[in-house]
Design a protein around this ligand. Sequence first.
Ligand SMILES: NC(=O)c1ccc[n+]([C@@H]2O[C@H](COP(=O)([O-])OP(=O)(O)OC[C@H]3O[C@@H](n4cnc5c(N)ncnc54)[C@H](O)[C@@H]3O)[C@@H](O)[C@H]2O)c1
Length: 304
Amino acid sequence: MRLPKVPLPALSLPAVSLSALPLPGFDRLPFSSSSPSPADTHRRVLVTGGASGLGLALATAFLERGDRVIVTDLAPTDARPDTVPDDARYLRLDVRSEDEWQAVRAEVEAIWGGLDVLVNNAGIAQGGRIEMLTEDDWRQIVDINLLGVARGCRTFVPMLKAQGSGRIVNTASLAGLVHPPTMSSYTAVKAAVVAISESLRWELEPFGVDVSVVCPSFFRTNLASSLNSSDPAASGFASKLIDRSERGATEIAAEVMTGLDAGRFLILPDPEARRSYRGKRLLPAAYEKTMTEMGRKFARATRE
Ligand SMILES: NC(=O)c1ccc[n+]([C@@H]2O[C@H](COP(=O)([O-])OP(=O)(O)OC[C@H]3O[C@@H](n4cnc5c(N)ncnc54)[C@H](O)[C@@H]3O)[C@@H](O)[C@H]2O)c1
């Protein structure tokens, strides 16, 4: 996770970077693969939260490969967002709604008779110190970022099992593997998405269905606009991390496609994510020092 190298003006937040951990070359080591997945074309692909950011970049990348894509998002089906590529179909799907999931499954069945890749990508951001996040904040992020993924898997797994093929791609986050201060609700649901993905990996392997989980560090999208205001200081911190990132969604999507081509389970699509995750596992003392420093600096900056 790439953290700011300069103090943030409003809060004087920490100049701490996990990517500063001394891990030369660690980002180039390979991660374990599940089954190899050659770059098939004409796959039938469904992407949630596909009208913006990473979902849109992934939908575009699949289309460029010659795959067929249904983009889903919050706008009504007859008010297709301008961002959605012309050669994709568009359907409304609020991932909080069981009924809408069932309607989309029926549509996929009617149009294609099956599905090859389900991308559970829709999500919101949330930052906040634990005592400032409200019960409603927790319910909202659990409903979208965690249950949204669970509903997608529950809806489409019977179809994929019956086919004996397919891949589920869940967008988690580096925050699901590395858990910095002041974002406990976000790290909790993203860690849960990593856990669901691993359970399903072993559960669905006997049925010929593969699973991948995508864990990027921060990258520039519209995600910051979904941040709540229960804790403006922590939300502002998260917002700056997103907006100041070097990378955009297209670069992340390209790395995700490479990971999918290799049949990778855990896809860490940027060097910060790879370094931070390996730093936590292989250099725990340095990791703890960095996190402690980050927590202390945030506390100092926000103390009245
Ligand atoms: N941008 C980052 O720094 C970053 C880092 C790690 C992980 N992620 C994850 O990537 C995924 C995509 O986020 P993004 O950065 O592209 O943000 P984004 O805001 O650009 O895109 C998210 C999309 O999800 C849609 N969405 C929100 N709530 C929805 C709901 N209830 N039902 C259906 N769609 C809904 C939005 O309308 C939007 O189109 C999210 O799961 C996010 O947590 C983002």
